[in-house]
Design a protein around this ligand. Structure first.
Ligand SMILES: *Cc1c(COP(=O)(O)O)cnc(C)c1O
Length: 432
């Protein structure tokens, strides 16, 4: 690919890009580990001052109000999950009541699939893909088992030709009359491919199939238009590009066309809000995404999301996407230009087309990818490694600079020039 018209490889140019960047000022609102280039925002986003403040406020309310916080907090805790959902709805093209902060990613997947998966007659299968994050596949298998069916037979995994990319048309070709539900990721966690959710939703609906997306790897860095696309449901975590903190509460989206469906996994916080404390024994769910809540909202694991959302909304998701694409394009240009020839031999696993890219770049190397990753860590760069040979870099548009990207590529070059990776063990740690 020729990007020479777009970019240059010199250091001065990286500084120029930072100067021209109108989101650059947000970086100072984040706590960036000292002397570190943090490229792992797609695994755990960093803490911002805004998120710290909203968390400290929740703690202060607990300190000073005790149980009173449920109704007397600045945003009463009783309404907090719905309020944060409404704030986030702008990021995903939804109405405020279609989104709620609740549960965890995998639990929300269980709850939504249990709600939407209704095997009947010959229409019994769930269509997914072989590249999805393992937890999604484990959950889908157990949902099939809960219906008394065998995952071997009823979970169809769209194959990938090269282990990186899924072709939308291959997925669509598998949407036959035996498929009851389709569940797919928005962005593939390894290659960073962004699937065409609009096209897939349309194809599923033309065949009478419900469709839901796991958007853990895209919300906060890619705009979504769930309502316009007609997506049936979606769920995503808040600790990656949304910077909500480790294990922070997740999100779910239900298209309002489905508000009257019965939530499959019920609990008292899904009850009609005004009547929840009537404590009746018969369950009636709220006609909103809130109806899919199960338990008391995890206020302390939700509070940081409020501050984070302020930053995301202030920046604007369209501007974030524009910067993100420019950063990943620049990264890819530098890898192509400086790191593809012998002895460097790095290549890109991420699609070239902008419309098919999420927020990260997958850099591959046949040999030594793991130890190169370790050498990067010694130089205080935080990427992550996905076996067998992928190093992922997520330049968050909120706190990573263009110069960081230039620097990382420079380091990779030096690590190979000096064979710096040779000093590391090939044994992998528990978390990479
Ligand atoms: C990060 C991620 C998850 C995480 O699941 P948890 O239940 O939050 O641990 C699930 N699915 C995908 C696609 C992810 O990227």
């Amino acid at each position: 690919m020729d990007h020479s018209i777009e970019f240059r490889a010199d250091e001065e140019y990286a500084y120029e890009l930072d100067e021209e960047d109108n989101l650059h000022y947000l970086r100072s609102r984040f706590y960036i580990p000292k002397n570190t280039i943090y490229m792992d925002g797609n695994s755990l986003g960093l803490l911002s001052q805004d998120a710290e403040q909203s968390l400290l406020r929740a703690l202060e309310e607990w300190k000073t109000l005790g149980i009173g916080g449920w109704l007397e907090g600045e945003t009463p805790w009783f309404y907090y999950a719905e309020k944060l959902g409404a704030m986030a709805s702008v990021l995903v093209g939804a109405a405020p009541e279609e989104v709620v902060v609740t549960g965890t990613t995998t639990v929300n997947l269980h709850s939504l699939v249990a709600t939407f998966y209704e095997p009947q007659g010959a229409c019994t299968k769930i269509l997914a893909d072989e590249l999805n994050f393992p937890t999604d596949l484990y959950a889908l298998q157990s949902q099939i088992e809960l219906k008394g069916l065998s995952p071997q037979e009823h979970l169809i995994l769209t194959p990938s030709k090269d282990g990186r990319i899924l072709e939308e048309d291959t997925i669509v070709a598998l949407m036959d009359e035996t498929v009851a539900l389709t569940v797919l990721p928005s962005v593939l966690y390894r290659s960073g491919q962004l699937l065409d959710m609009e096209y897939l939703t349309q194809a599923a609906h033309e065949r009478g199939i419900a469709i839901g997306f796991d958007c853990s790897h895209s919300v906060g860095v890619v705009p979504h238009h769930f309502d316009a696309w007609g997506v049936d449901f979606a769920f995503w975590c808040s600790y990656k590009y949304m910077n909500g903190g480790p294990g922070s509460t997740a999100f779910l989206y239900i298209n309002e066309a489905h508000f009257n469906r019965h939530p499959a996994i019920t609990g008292w916080f899904g009850y009609v809000k005004e009547k929840q404390f009537d404590m009746l024994s018969q369950f009636t769910h709220a006609q909103s995404a809130g109806g899919w809540q199960i338990s008391s909202p995890a206020i302390l694991s939700s509070a940081p999301i409020e501050g984070s959302l302020h930053i995301l909304l202030e920046a604007g998701i369209e501007s974030i996407r524009e910067k993100s694409l420019n950063m990943t394009s620049y990264f890819m240009y530098l890898v192509d230009t400086l790191l593809s020839d012998d002895p460097y031999l790095f290549s890109l696993g991420t699609p070239r087309e902008k419309a098919r890219r999420g927020g990260h770049v997958a850099v591959e190397r046949e040999e030594e990818a793991y130890r190169i990753c370790e050498a990067l860590r010694m130089r205080r760069v935080i990427p992550d490694f996905r076996p067998p040979n992928v190093i992922r870099f997520a330049p968050s548009p909120l706190y990573v600079t263009y110069h960081d990207i230039w620097q990382v590529v420079q380091y990779l070059k030096e690590i190979i020039d000096k064979k710096e990776y040779e000093q590391f063990s090939t044994a992998r740690k528990a978390i990479s």
